[in-house]
Design a protein around this ligand. Structure first.
Ligand code: FE
Length: 326
């Protein structure tokens, strides 16, 4: 049998989105949103930062909320598949000409390698994490659940994905593919320009998406956040959450609805600090084909990629990071 030795060997060194740091000018209100409405648990509080996790997040935290005058994104942290994989990826980054800085990790996280993507987003790679340990009171009898399901709001189950606004989707996407092993699952190429890319290292369609920033605010390596997504897995929860958000005076951006790209059932809401948060109601679809060919939507069908069904996107969704003042 003839083996094609030129076939690009996939990289399985990055395993998972471990945590994301989000900036908020209103930390108390932001924490209220995540704990009271989305049922997350506070793990720690240090300086200007509050650490949170969802009830099926296994580690110390999946979200760090840090005070800043403006909403936005801090660090996006990836867990590798082994300590050796961590070494391989940091060496690959260095070979790629990327500056890697090591530090003792954040609370609940071990030795961490920091670097920036071409878009200017701060990324980290690590292997060592502290696992969440439930108190007797918190412990669930369901062995696959790190703690009991909380009784607050409509509790999210785990961190799902992050969407970075970038000035150049293609350059950033190629960087994530070449240095980290992300696989392109779907993208939008409109009028010859790549406007969005969904990438993953697992059967999920995406742990990270890049969306072209048309405001110009991401120019010059000043990467920002489009949204951060938490997972429900039950579409009904989107309706329940939308009901609560409306009752408590939050601004729903769009949804509940369904995207064509990723097939995600979604609800987008602005948390009180001004960041767009997505609630993911189902699994979308999963990819098991090792030779998956990226699916490309174009100007011919991109409306269906954005909204499969549900109300149309607000113009601001694809243009602006923040809600537009009335
Ligand atoms: Fe999303």
């Amino acid at each position: 049998m003839q083996i094609d030795e030129t076939y690009p060997e996939p990289i399985f060194d990055v395993a998972q989105l471990a945590s994301v740091e989000m900036y908020s000018p209103k930390v108390d209100e932001t924490v209220w949103f995540f704990t009271e409405l989305l049922g997350m648990t506070e793990s720690d509080r240090v300086g200007d930062s509050v650490y949170l996790r969802a009830y099926e997040d296994w580690y110390h935290h999946s979200l760090k909320v840090t005070f800043r005058e403006e909403p936005g994104i801090g660090r996006t942290t990836w867990r590798t598949s082994s300590p050796q994989a961590l070494r391989r990826r940091t060496e690959a980054l260095s070979t790629h000409g990327v500056r890697v800085q090591w530090r003792e990790g954040d609370i609940g996280q071990g030795h961490t390698a920091d670097f920036r993507s071409p878009s200017g987003h701060a990324h980290s790679l690590l292997w060592d994490v502290d696992y969440f340990e439930a108190s007797d009171e918190q412990a669930s009898r369901l062995l696959s659940r790190p703690q009991k399901r909380p009784l607050k709001g409509v509790p999210v189950r785990r961190l799902d994905h992050v969407n970075h606004l970038v000035d150049d989707v293609t350059a950033n996407r190629e960087f994530l593919q070449d240095t980290m092993g992300f696989r392109l699952r779907e993208n939008i190429v409109a009028h010859g320009r790549e406007a969005a890319a969904w990438m993953s290292v697992s059967p999920l369609v995406h742990e990270i998406a890049n969306l072209a920033d048309r405001t110009g605010r991401s120019a010059g390596g000043n990467g920002s956040l489009h949204h951060l997504a938490f997972w429900y897995g039950f579409p009904q929860h989107l309706l329940d959450a939308a009901d609560i958000f409306t009752d408590y005076g939050l601004t729903i951006d769009i949804g509940p609805g369904k995207h064509g790209a990723t097939q995600a059932q979604f609800l987008y809401v602005f948390e009180p600090g001004g960041n767009r948060i997505e609630l993911f109601g189902d699994t979308g679809y999963l990819i098991f084909d090792p030779a998956w060919k990226p699916l490309t939507w174009t100007e011919q069908n991109m409306d269906k990629s954005l909204i499969w069904y549900g109300s149309p996107l607000a113009r601001e969704f694809t243009i602006f990071r923040d809600p537009v003042p009335a």
